[in-house]
Design a protein around this ligand. Structure first.
Ligand code: AMP
Length: 283
C-alpha cells in the first residue's frame, strides 16, 4: 500500500493510472464498518483509494473533535490487510489551501437543515466542503459511503448530481456489533455496560418496522422512544420518514420506501442509527 500525504504526490502516482478508482473517504479509527466499504469496493476491478482526514470543519462540538479517536498505526495495518492500494493521508493545509471556497453551494431542497443538520449546525456545510475537495483531488469513478450516515449520503448524491455527474455512489448497509449496535468510531468512548445496553436502539428500530405498514405510526414511535429514553438515553429524534427526501410520514402504505432514523446521546457520546423499510429496497 502506498501512503501519500500530499495532493501533489497523489496526483503524480495517479497520472499513469488507467483503472477506475474506487474511493472510500473516512476519518480513521477504522472498524469493520469501514472495512466493509473496502470489501464492497473490491467486488469490481479498480484501484482502491482510502482517505483518512479528521475534518475539523464538520465538527460543531469542539469536545467531540478533541476526543475523536485517532488510531493511525492500527488503521494502516487494517488497510494493508484489507487490500487498500493507496492511503491518502493529508493534513489540513493540503485540504484547505488558501484559495479554496469555504462553502459548496448545492441545491439540497432543505435536506441540510433537518435531523443531523438541525442538531449539528454547520456539520453538513463542513462535510460537503471536504467531500467536494477530496473528490476533486482523487477524481474517482465510484464513491463508497455507509448507510449509517444516511442523510450524509443523500446530500452527497445531490453533490454528485450537481458537481460531479461522472461519479457513481454505492451505499453500503450498516455493519453492526453482535448486539445490533451500529459500529462507530465513537462507540470506543462508551462504557462496557452502555455499549451492551445500546443494542436496544436497533432492537427498537426493528420493533417499529415490524408494525409497518400502519396508520398508527405515532403510537409505535412513541413507545420505542419511551423504551430507549427509560434505559437512560437522551433521544434527540426518532422518526419515520420518506427514504428519498426525509420528509415526515404520518401513515406508512405498503408500497412506501421509508427510513426509520434516530439520534441519541449517552455518556457524552452521540449515536445515530437507521433502518430502511422494506429492507429489500436497499440499493
Ligand atoms: P467516518 O470515518 O465515520 O467518517 O465514516 C467513513 C465512512 O464509513 C462513511 O461513509 C460512513 O457512513 C461509513 N461507515 C461508518 N460506520 C459504518 C458502519 N457501521 N457500517 C457501514 N458503513 C459505515
Amino acid at each position: 500500500m502506498i501512503v501519500s500525504t500530499s495532493v501533489y504526490t497523489l496526483q503524480q502516482i495517479l497520472t499513469n493510472n488507467s483503472q477506475g478508482i474506487h474511493f472510500i473517504p473516512t476519518m480513521g479509527a477504522l472498524h469493520q464498518g469501514h472495512l466493509e466499504l473496502i470489501r464492497q469496493a473490491k467486488k469490481t476491478p479498480g484501484l482502491i483509494i482510502c482517505s483518512i482526514f479528521v475534518n475539523p470543519k464538520q465538527f460543531n462540538d469542539h469536545i467531540d473533535l478533541l476526543y475523536y479517536p485517532r488510531t493511525l498505526a492500527s488503521d494502516i495495518r487494517l488497510l494493508k490487510q484489507n487490500g487498500c492500494d493507496i492511503l491518502f493521508l493529508p493534513d489540513a493545509k493540503e485540504i484547505y489551501p488558501e484559495n479554496q471556497p469555504d462553502y459548496i453551494d448545492i441545491q439540497s431542497f432543505g435536506l441540510e437543515n433537518v435531523f443531523e443538520g438541525a442538531f449539528r449546525p454547520g456539520h453538513f456545510k463542513g462535510m460537503l466542503q471536504v467531500v467536494s475537495r477530496l473528490l476533486s483531488i482523487v477524481n474517482p469513478s465510484v464513491l463508497f459511503m455507509g448507510q449509517k450516515d444516511y442523510q450524509q449520503q443523500l446530500l452527497v448524491r445531490y453533490l454528485l448530481e450537481q458537481r460531479f455527474p461522472n461519479i457513481r455512489m454505492v451505499m453500503v448497509p450498516t455493519v453492526r456489533e453482535s448486539n445490533g449496535l451500529a459500529m462507530s468510531s465513537r462507540n470506543e468512548r462508551l462504557s462496557t455496560k452502555t455499549r451492551e445496553l445500546a443494542g436496544l436502539i436497533y432492537e427498537q428500530l426493528l420493533e417499529i418496522s415490524k408494525n409497518l405498514p400502519s396508520d398508527e405510526i405515532e403510537i409505535n414511535v412513541q413507545e420505542a422512544k419511551n423504551k430507549i429514553q427509560n434505559a437512560g438515553f437522551d433521544v434527540e429524534y426518532l422518526e419515520i420518514v420518506n427514504a428519498s427526501d426525509l420528509s415526515l410520514k404520518n401513515i406508512v402504505n405498503p408500497d412506501d420506501h421509508i427510513l426509520i432514523c434516530c439520534a441519541l446521546q449517552i455518556e457524552g457520546v452521540r449515536l445515530i442509527d437507521n433502518i430502511l423499510w422494506p429492507p429489500s429496497h436497499i440499493n
